[in-house]
Design a protein around this ligand. Sequence first.
Ligand SMILES: [Ca+2]
Length: 146
Amino acid sequence: MAQFPTPFGGGLDAWVISLDERAKHDQQFVSLAPSPAGYITGDQARNFFLQSGLPPPILAQIWALADMNNDGKMDMHEFSIAMKLIKLKLQGHPLPPSLPPSMKQPPLTLPPPPTAPFGKGLDKGRVHLNSLEASFPPSALICTAG
Ligand SMILES: [Ca+2]
């Protein structure tokens, strides 16, 4: 019987990618300069994954698992899966024969980040301040109870 330490409680799925992990993976993905379409190539990914210290044959297995649509490229979600598999492998978990369903689902449907144009920042700040003053007149703050 294999005896792994199980840091994950009985009910929790070791393959689930947490929001924190996904956020880190997304940052790493962006740092690899994905194409405008949102993909990194096999070469880009391989060089990055090799930094994990895992042997190339293992990384090839991880790639095969994570590249869900087998297009030879990684989108943000596939990259996150690969990173999670690398982490688990480094922790001593065996690779799954196929991708666990809990990994295929995105960790959360994140709302798209607000795309505020930089030029409008000052104006927006001013509007925000004005509305704050309107909502909280100073007289309310110095009102003493009883
Ligand atoms: Ca792919």
